[in-house]
Design a protein around this ligand. Sequence first.
Ligand code: SF4
Ligand code: SF4
Ligand code: SF4
Length: 336
Amino acid sequence: MKGKKIRNGDIENALNKFLKDEHHLVLGFKKGTDGIHHQVFKGGVDNYSLINHVFGTNGALYLRRIFSKGIEVLLMMRPCEIRAYVELHKLTQIEREDIIAISIDCPGTVSSKESKNNMPAEIDQLKGYFSSNNSMRWACSVCREKRGVVGDGGIRFDKTGNLWIIPYTEKGERIISIIEGELEEIPHEMLIDRSKETEKFQVDMETFNKDFEKCIMCMNCRDMCPVCYCLDCVFNGDEYLPKGDALLNKVFRTGSTTMPRGKDLFHLIRMYHVSQTCVGCGACEEACPQGIPLTKYFKGVSERLQGLFSYMSGRSFDEPIPYITFLEDELKEAED
Ligand code: SF4
Ligand code: SF4
Ligand code: SF4
């Protein structure tokens, strides 16, 4: 596979060239006095940061319902953010026509709720930093794809500290063409390796109830999930809760009851809805004020389900989401 070796300043120069067109935007990271945050750059980049070692949100959240024609957006984001974009495109929530997606090798992140003192911000130092302590978010420690191998192109780090930009589609080739230098064979060994297989998730309802007992139904987890996109969510308002005569009917039918809150229903329906598209980013858990281990459930359930269909969310633009394809001859073992 061929790519271009990137020298200091090459990426900023390329982004500035891209942004010379007034209809072009870049969504990436910017260093500020209060840390590194997602930024939409217009006209040029300033204080640009290739990576962000602190996870607050999944940037694909900002991309839902981009349908504008004639405005080209270049995404420079983490693999889990680009994978969520790919899923949103398949779910017809984003037009791919005017988006160019570049995924960047990700060494893992810490939660925005944790202390960031003495934490290096460079990728090669971060890898060493994470191996000497356990501050990495759980979602990152079991991440299925940390490599910049998804989307239209990738930025990868080799073991000697060189940075490479590699095209995967024609759009990626277009971006790479504005970077100085010639295409050359990329090294086989990169800093970030393919992820190891994780154990199959399995849990009982007792543990589920215990883990979710502190849930206050604030629905932050839903609101911050990049692939939980329904405008008209069944859990908006309180129609899903029995009340008035429906509540009285329930009490007379079943006897004394705790007041229904629909907690299990909410989480199980959400789990079912995102199970084929969840990218395991942990943005739901990051948003939870109650510290509920949501990633364990959402990532766990989705990876088991995706595995049944040999599917991996966001891996490819061409791989259809299993539930939007119908094959008569599949899942034989699940038949009655
Ligand atoms: S889930 Fe993976 S891609 Fe996303 S921030 Fe963590 S390590 Fe990076
Ligand atoms: S359910 Fe959680 S882990 Fe899965 S995509 Fe949504 S925010 Fe990320
Ligand atoms: S964010 Fe946490 S507390 Fe709020 S609904 Fe989700 S699991 Fe419950």
